[in-house]
Design a protein around this ligand. Structure first.
Ligand code: NI
Length: 427
């Protein structure tokens, strides 16, 4: 009997222990299950549906999952192009890594990523990611902007879309438009920007956004669009700047989206810095006509050096770069001048002799009679009659199919790399 009782007691205790274990496992399973249900419910919340931002390009890739107490709802574009998909994956991976590094893992954390993608021509794709991070009750929203090559699917940097010497000008636009005291730094590989048919938009932060009309940045590789089959002409203006006349000319250039080259006299710049900056930011070329309008071939080496360097300095102080072209007064040059200049010497092929005729109509006639692809005309924006002529000429030339470009642009579009020698025309 005693043995039997003992057995019975043992059986009961085994049964009880087993029940406890089963109940325990059950609890864990139910707990886990309800946790999963809870996370599943988070993923399916309507507030985390894709927005109606432009998603016309490619298809919408929806990636919803959870890991522990973190929920991820990520919408991104997807195409047939593997490189494009890889670019997108590397961006979303970095967004996820950023979220994971911030998530406190105490309550439910949510990463919700939405996007918009636009293309003006298939060459550039502008992609905006809207990133919502929710840590418990705390919400954080930010945007990230990218520009992709529409053909290759690669991420683009500013260096990829602009020619050399562009950052300095973009910095000047940023400083002016954001009303900054100090210069802003823009790295060569900066990639937070958008490019459409009208503007280059640079995103420094969600609040600091600078939009520059493309027509003012001829340094952009594809814009403004030049028709290689149409003639180009470079109008150049010497001896300025002049407060009244240069301003009248700039108003006209701005109106017609035309660009010219100014060969500035260094000694004329002081007090007119704003005019020089305006000319530069309108896409015109700022070049050097040396400092005191001296006959360079008659100067001592020291004086020759001063004429060039002092003008370089005056111009660099305003636009951040030295002028790339020099036109010696009276077109006088010799080997010493070439050596001291150390850059291309630009002369002219159409001499309007505006200073001699002092007649707007004769000046207009002179340019119209000699206009041809690749020619460089010479006028002076210090005389009212010359600027009167320019104001009449500019729409006239455009009507005749001419594209008004700067001298450096003319060389670029003609595929000519300018050297340390004299140029009269570029074709
Ligand atoms: Ni001159």
């Amino acid at each position: 009997m005693r043995v039997k009782k003992k057995n019975r007691a043992r059986k009961i205790s085994i049964f009880l222990v087993s029940m406890l274990v089963i109940i325990g496992i059950g609890c864990v399973v139910i707990y886990k299950f309800s946790d999963n249900l809870k996370m599943q419910a988070v993923l399916n919340r309507s507030e985390y549906s894709a927005s109606d931002l432009d998603k016309q390009y490619g298809s919408i890739n929806q990636n919803k999952y959870y890991q522990g107490k973190s929920a991820y709802i990520i919408y991104s574009p997807k195409t047939e192009n593997e490189q494009f998909n890889q670019t997108i994956t590397s961006i979303t991976d970095s967004i996820i890594a950023d979220f994971d590094s911030k998530a406190p893992h105490q309550d439910v954390d949510v990463l919700f990523v939405d996007y918009g993608i636009k293309t003006t021509d298939s060459k550039y794709l502008n992609l905006d990611f809207i990133i919502n991070m929710q840590f418990g009750d705390q919400k954080e929203t930010k945007q990230q902007h990218y520009c992709l090559n529409g053909v290759s699917g690669e991420l683009l940097t500013l260096k990829d879309v602009c020619r050399a010497d562009y950052t300095q000008k973009l910095k000047l636009f940023a400083k002016r438009d954001l009303e900054l005291e100090d210069d802003i730094e823009i790295a060569d590989d900066y990639n937070s920007f958008a490019l459409d048919s009208e503007n280059l938009t640079i995103y420094f932060s969600d609040e600091q956004v600078v939009t520059v009309p493309l027509k003012y940045i001829p340094e952009l590789i594809d814009y403004p669009k030049i028709d290689y089959n149409k003639p180009m002409i470079a109008l150049t203006f010497d001896d300025g700047p002049n407060k009244k006349q240069t301003t009248r000319l700039l108003d006209c250039l701005e109106k017609y989206d035309a660009r010219v080259t100014f060969f500035l006299l260094g000694s004329n710049i002081s007090g007119k810095e704003d005019i020089v900056l305006r000319a530069h930011l309108l896409g015109n070329e700022i070049a050097s006509h040396t400092y005191n309008h001296k006959m360079l071939t008659k100067l001592s080496p020291e004086n020759l050096k001063y004429e060039i360097e002092q003008t370089d300095k005056e111009i660099e102080d305003i636009i951040g770069t030295k002028p790339k072209l020099i036109r010696p007064p009276y077109g006088s040059k010799n080997q010493d001048v070439y050596d001291a200049a150390g850059r291309p010497i630009v002369l002219w092929s159409i001499d309007t002799e505006d200073w001699k005729t002092r007649s707007a109509s004769a000046t207009v006639q002179s340019v119209m009679d000699n206009a041809a692809d690749g020619e460089i005309s010479l006028m002076h924006d210090i005389h009212s009659f010359s600027v009167d002529a320019a104001i009449e000429l500019i729409p006239k030339l455009i009507d005749e199919g001419y594209q008004l470009v700067t001298v450096s642009e003319l060389a670029y579009y003609k595929g000519i790399e300018l050297e340390n020698k004299a140029y009269y025309r570029i074709k």
